[in-house]
Write a protein that binds this ligand. Structure first.
Ligand code: ADP
Ligand code: 5GP
Length: 205
């Protein structure tokens, strides 16, 4: 099974890009994380995240329900095993929107991982996007901007880098990366085998 990991400093545009990408490519499915973060305006339970309290989150940790989990910008986030099983059962390719810690864990736990790091064109533009989004307090924006440098240093562990300057250009690049997965030999196995059966059954006139 293939999996896609997408990470970015907060505000780089990862959520915007993933939402558009999923409309174009239904073979991919967003792996919905569980978080202790407060729901933002416009977000929905079971679409963006499963929202839980800190104690509910820690109970899930104790029960071993997470494939990976981490504290990111003062909140807890985790990928549940159940969510991965759900996507597998649908024969879809999961897209994991996780931070750099989550990406490290998933790389160790899953096979055939393709990882993409999305970066903003500049830190000034990153701050502008975070402020313009108006979903965090000044303090939370400062925390997210302060963490951006440490996150950027992790770029060396990713397969692909996409600069989200022009949104459509970034979307085209991300889409092109993901389309190559669908052409991987392992993914094309059934298609080639069907052709081989065809060859086997074919009588040359
Ligand atoms: P992330 O999920 O990485 O934290 P979002 O997708 O929420 O980031 O994007 C942060 C803000 O930047 C949003 O208000 C979004 O509309 C805006 N945005 C995203 N991509 C671009 C872009 N290419 N140009 C300008 N604004 C963008
Ligand atoms: P946000 O609060 O902006 O939605 O997300 C903050 C950060 O948490 C982002 O870097 C996002 O990728 C990360 N994140 C979201 N879900 C998970 C998860 O399940 N695991 C980990 N490790 N990080 C996550």
């Amino acid at each position: 099974m293939f999996s896609v990991i997408i990470s970015a400093p907060s505000g780089a545009g990862k959520t915007t890009l993933i939402e558009k990408l999923l409309i174009q490519n239904p073979v991919f499915e967003f792996a919905i994380s569980t978080t202790t973060r407060i729901k933002r305006a416009g977000e929905a339970e079971g679409k963006n995240y499963y929202y839980v309290s800190y104690s509910e989150f820690m109970q899930m940790v104790d029960r071993g329900e997470f494939l990976e989990w981490a504290k990111v910008h003062d909140n807890y986030y985790g990928t549940s095993k159940k969510e991965v099983d759900r996507i597998k059962a649908n024969s879809r390719i999961p897209i994991f929107d996780v931070d750099v810690q989550g990406a490290r864990s998933l790389r160790n736990k899953l096979q055939n991982v393709i990882s993409v790091f999305i970066i903003p064109p500049s830190i000034k533009e990153l701050e502008r996007r975070l402020r313009h989004r108006s979903t965090e307090t000044d303090h939370q924006i400062t925390v997210r901007l302060n963490n951006a440098f440490g996150e950027l240093r992790e770029y060396v562990n990713y397969d692909y880098i996409v600069v989200n300057d022009d949104l459509q250009k970034a979307l085209d690049e991300l889409s092109a990366i993901l389309k190559t997965i669908l052409l991987k030999r392992e993914y094309m196995d059934a298609t080639v085998k069907r052709l081989m059966e065809d060859v086997h059954d074919y009588t040359i006139r």
